[in-house]
Design a protein around this ligand. Structure first.
Ligand code: GLN
Length: 309
């Protein structure tokens, strides 16, 4: 099929813009409330030199929960499956991303999967490095490699804003510390976690990260694999089962692309063996997913037969 991403994307962005009115920008992290709810951006990377992009695709936004995919890959590369999955499970929850409920009701008290906040905090605590600076530098290096963008860094204002207000995440961490899932100082972990969530990208960076995941960690301009095949497979599977939180089931039916969203309004999509997709639309639905971004993915999936099912 001949793809006319360029012209199609323009039309699609126009079409989904009206959905932004039904959503709201995240405000529980005060710095995120500054985003413009009308923004919609998209980029698609097919492995060639250019990205097909449209709308507010150059706008910088923070990864938020999209970072969970990257820390999971890095933790698996650092320790292997046995260690990582002794701390976090492999099952979707059907609960909101920041829910504490299953930590108490589920025995043993380990988070159900690495895509919810509790699971991501447990995974972040495993990243190797003597200090948070060292850990963050390793994570940034990884993100820069995957995106091919050496400029990528984290946004201190967003990180500080989340750190000051992250009492729910703190309580998840304290709960897990009590139950031996994590050890060490909770605020040191929160400092790393909020910085990982504040790593800043644009749609094109995200599309390239998606492409790398889609191609088992291989990049077209690199002759080595950034993520081992098996880890890329595992991470993409989590994106299908848990990537859109408690909307993952409906998303699999309507879109069928391994994807991960964040409350900044970003979504990364990785079509196995195909394109990488980066989306931005800070107006969120009630589950914390970009309302226009999800709609755009639905249109793209239908038009280019991108569903893996
Ligand atoms: N940093 C955010 C938090 O922990 C990430 C959540 C998200 O993107 N869903 O609440």
């Amino acid at each position: 099929m001949v793809c006319h991403y360029g012209t199609d994307l323009k039309e699609m962005v126009e079409k989904v813009k009206r959905y932004t009115k039904d959503g709201q920008v995240a405000n529980y992290i005060p710095a995120l409330s500054k985003a413009n709810p009308d923004d919609v951006g998209v980029a698609i990377f097919d492995g060639n030199d250019t990205c097909f992009s449209e709308g507010n695709h150059r706008h910088l936004f923070t990864l938020q929960s999209i970072s969970k995919v990257l820390t999971l890959a890095l933790a698996l590369m650092d320790h292997g499956e046995d260690v990582v999955f002794s701390k976090v499970g492999m099952e979707p929850t059907g609960d909101p991303f920041n829910s504490i409920a299953k930590l108490e009701s589920h025995v043993p008290s380990k988070p159900l999967n690495p895509m919810i906040n509790a699971g991501a905090l447990a995974v972040s605590s495993l990243i190797k490095g003597d200090t948070n600076e060292e850990k963050l530098e390793r994570l940034l290096h990884f993100v820069r490699e995957l995106s091919g963008n050496k400029q990528i860094n984290f946004n201190q204002e967003v990180a500080t804003s989340e750190f000051k207000t992250a009492d729910l995440n703190r309580s998840l961490a304290y709960f897990m510390k009590q139950h031996g899932v994590i050890s060490g100082d909770v605020d040191v972990l929160l400092d790393f976690y909020t910085k990982q969530c504040a790593i800043e990208v644009n749609c094109e960076d995200l599309a390239k990260i998606g492409y790398a995941l889609a191609h088992h960690g291989e990049h077209p301009d690199k002759n080595y694999s950034i993520i081992p095949y098996e880890i890329a497979r595992l991470v993409k599977t989590f994106m299908v089962t848990c990537g859109m939180y408690n909307a993952s089931g409906e998303f699999a039916i309507r879109v069928g692309i391994p994807a991960k969203s964040g409350v900044s309004g970003g979504i990364v999509g990785a079509v196995p063996g195909g394109v990488g997709i980066g989306l931005y639309g800070p107006a969120l639905d009630d589950k914390g997913n970009s309302i226009a971004g999800m709609k755009l993915l639905e249109l793209l999936s239908a038009k280019y037969h991108l569903s893996i099912f």
